[in-house]
Design a protein around this ligand. Sequence first.
Ligand SMILES: [Zn+2]
Length: 272
Amino acid sequence: MIKSSILADFFKLVAAFVIVWAVFTLVADYIPGFSNVEFKKSSESLGISIENEERIGDLILEMYLADKTIVSNTTLDSGLLVIYNRLMEGLEESKYEIKFYVVESEMVNAMTFPGGNVVINTSLIEFSDSPEEFAAVVAHEIGHTELRHVIDRMAAEVGMTVLVSLITGGDATVIHEAIGAFISNAFSRSQESEADLFGMELLERSHIDPKSIGQFFERLNESNLGFGERLELLMSHPHNNSRLESSLQYQIEEGFSSRPLPLDWNRIKASL
Ligand SMILES: [Zn+2]
């Protein structure tokens, strides 16, 4: 009798546990902030201000650009300014001062450094079929900045101690290591999807067809260029395919009208 009552108590305990667990699981979805518990700390919770991010970004960018050839000429600069202004019109309000830098590189890529610094490789301009396709890639990069993916990734790669030392000036070795860690790692898949969505919404508000990003991915997939090690945009083919799919599924608001970017794209390419 004693044994069976212990057993009964045990089962009651298990049942109570299961009920509590089930209720908690069901209810958790309705408690704000409970269903999507953020395990990964974001820059907001780490307390890195935009000013400090800009400080880190400038420091890193300066060293990154030191051994690169910056490309600048009137045709290119004025063309990029047209695209920049159009995207800023769509962005309306930014936490950052977004800046473009064009560097000579055979890698089809654009990379966003902390603080809103977008580094564009010449090959990306050459590979883009139209200024709209190019703007689509840049809009995606701006998404990584505005959504604070860039500084979050940096914090995850180098850790808070290094970030704090970068804010206060850092030494050359620390900056160098931070660059290495930053450029050899990619954004997560969810960050890519978020930046894609941000980019398409930004394009739409800028009167540029959001499907331009899909066209870019489509050609990229066909080009076999997608396997470079640091190609943040290029990732893997399946990944590109799912991104291509989401861009095809993107619902453009009714009444959307596109305004072509008034640029001679071939002339801009020829100026590189
Ligand atoms: Zn990206």
